[in-house]
Design a binder for this molecule. Structure first.
Ligand SMILES: [Zn+2]
Ligand SMILES: [Zn+2]
Length: 93
């Protein structure tokens, strides 16, 4: 398998694909919502990456949500992940 170098310059198609993955609510054993998560294969390096964000209540304006490749694989330059990151949409509801 060809080595994919670490690259922080992220095309908009990367964010679009990560945006297209569905969010799933994570609940505790009393069915209270804890967080939102989603995951898939990184559109660039195709390793598994995932996102997990806490559910916040009572905050009107949330900061931008930045997704980044956290595949855990060491790419060139010794970094884990392939360097891609982008602002994505928060789950609704
Ligand atoms: Zn990777
Ligand atoms: Zn990646």
């Amino acid at each position: 398998m060809a080595e994919i170098p670490y690259e922080t310059n992220t095309p908009s198609s990367w964010a679009e694909e990560v945006n297209s993955w569905p969010w799933a609510a994570v609940r505790d054993d009393r069915d209270h919502p804890l967080s939102w998560s989603k995951g898939g294969s990184c559109p660039r390096c195709h390793h598994k990456m995932s996102l997990d964000i806490g559910i916040v209540f009572g905050i009107i304006r949330l900061p931008p949500l930045i997704a980044y490749c956290n595949c855990g694989i060491v790419h060139e330059t010794g970094e884990t992940g392939c360097g891609q990151s982008a602002e994505i949409e928060r789950p609704r509801g």
